[in-house]
Design a protein around this ligand. Structure first.
Ligand code: ACO
Length: 427
């Protein structure tokens, strides 16, 4: 017999169906709770709310496990490249060689931006935040592909997904060039995904950027490790927007906006800012950690803690190794890496962090690698957005099969009904 749970609400007892996931996770299905009892579930921040059932990504935050479509992140990071993983997330299976070639060819075909669209970049003021430019231009793509606004079949979805996956790196690189007031560098027809992005970021007409393969691999790995993370703030935003049947371009543009905040994707910038401050002000790591614990200063140890992981974020372990490898290969001695390692060591031994199960997250070391790649700080969160694109696309598509618009309820705590006072009579 299917498992149920009994809940007493007021003087009523209701049987709630138990939903069991493929990894044994359990949820109480409260969809009929209000209709049957008048009560709703209240969970600000959604820390204990499942918003959907999903086949895409599995996380066990207590055990530090992350799997995309059933494959361990450690295996994907070791043996696959970002584009292969994007295919896996979007279509559910790892591609064979032929499927991967077809997908890569489709990405190459769609990497250019329409010339009129290019004009948008010159209309933003100098030094516009690249996340604002990215979100706006992704949304503007809706104006150029009216035939892709309604996804009727898998073919149109594939076209829309490939266009976004490919163009996002072109838009991102252009947003950087725009900031600098530099010319726009077209994508290269033969360079692969991450290398092409670096080319568009850094090549000059007089000097084609020749990226060290170690840098290209490190960037590809960063994209791959960020590719999905189930119902985080930006992915939930994409699903929420998509649930109104808004098109894919508009939905991922909303995802970029949600990712921007320092408590989410913006944390990779916040980590480097924190490390730079510690260095510039010559604060000892011990004193900094004491300020964080004191809470009066209102500062957090950025890159530490996670809503879901109450153990090491498996991505942080992989990124830390990659960071050490890249810096050693390029003979870079970055004092910020030393500070980061010392902070990690001190925090992991400290009762405050142990008790609250605060461990380094993916952002703790990613900024240090991005610095080594020569990526400016204001582009860090944009890099995260490029990496997260296949996850957003996969979740949008999954959500498009659902039949209900997402619409949470609330408990109203404002004034009860008041008598209206005309303007002239108000005190
Ligand atoms: N530094 C110091 N204390 C912290 C930190 C931190 N980084 N994170 C959580 N805490 C403390 C809180 O002050 C709170 O303490 P209390 O119980 O004494 O009040 C306790 O740990 C629980 O914190 P919450 O804010 O309730 O945890 P929540 O799950 O809501 O927050 C979050 C998760 C936002 C990631 C938080 O840990 C944080 O702000 N971290 C720093 C920012 C960061 O690195 N964000 C990136 C997340 S990963 C990503 O988005 C890709």
């Amino acid at each position: 017999m299917a498992e149920t749970a009994r809940l007493q609400a007021g003087d009523q007892i209701v049987e709630l169906p138990v939903v069991v996931g493929s990894e044994g996770e359990k949820a109480l299905d409260i969809a009929k709770l209000r209709a049957e009892t008048g009560y709703i579930a209240l969970d600000p921040g959604y820390g204990n709310t499942g918003s959907c059932q999903s086949d895409i990504t599995f996380i066990d935050g207590d055990a530090g496990i992350l799997r995309y479509r059933g494959y361990a992140i450690e295996d994907l990071a070791e043996y696959s490249r970002f584009i292969e993983v994007a295919y896996l997330l979007i279509w559910g299976e790892l591609p064979n060689a032929e499927q991967l070639d077809e997908f890569s060819a489709l990405l190459t075909k769609h990497q250019m931006l329409r010339e009129e669209l290019k004009q948008h970049f010159s209309l933003f003021p100098p030094n516009s935040p690249p996340m604002a430019v990215l979100s706006s231009v992704l949304n503007a793509l809706s104006c150029y592909y009216p035939e892709l606004l309604e996804i009727q079949d898998e073919e149109t979805f594939t076209e829309a997904a490939a266009r976004i996956m490919s163009k996002v790196r072109t838009i991102a690189a252009y947003s950087h060039r725009q900031q600098l007031g530099h010319h726009i560098e077209y994508p290269h027809p033969r360079k692969r995904y991450a290398e092409n992005f670096l080319h568009m970021m850094f090549s000059q007409p007089y000097n084609e950027f020749d990226a060290d393969p170690a840098l290209v691999d490190a960037l590809d790995l960063i994209f791959l490790l960020h590719a999905d993370h189930e119902q985080n703030c930006s992915t939930s935003t994409v699903r929420m927007v998509g649930s109104s049947e808004a098109n894919l371009f508009a939905s991922v543009a909303a995802g970029v906006s949600a990712l921007w905040g320092p408590l989410h994707g913006g944390a990779n910038v916040a980590v480097v800012n924190m490390l730079e401050t510690i260095r510039a002000e010559n604060v000892s790591v011990g004193d900094y950690v004491a300020q964080v614990k004191d809470k009066k200063a209102g500062i957090r140890l950025m890159g530490f803690g996670h809503r879901v992981y109450k153990n090491f974020d498996p991505r942080a372990k992989i990124i830390k190794k990659s960071c050490e490898k890249v810096l050693a290969k390029l003979h870079i001695n970055d004092p910020l890496l030393d500070i980061a390692k010392e902070l990690e060591a001190v925090a992991l031994e400290d009762e405050y962090f142990i008790q609250r199960k605060l461990y380094p997250n993916v952002d703790f070391y990613s900024g240090v690698i991005l610095r080594a790649l020569g990526i400016p700080k204001e582009m860090f969160t944009v890099i995260f957005a490029i990496g997260r694109m296949p996850g957003w696309i996969a979740h949008w598509y999954e959500e498009s099969k659902a039949t209900k618009i997402s619409r949470p309820r609330q408990i109203y705590t404002g004034s009860v009904q008041r008598t209206y006072q005309p303007l002239a009579e108000r005190p």
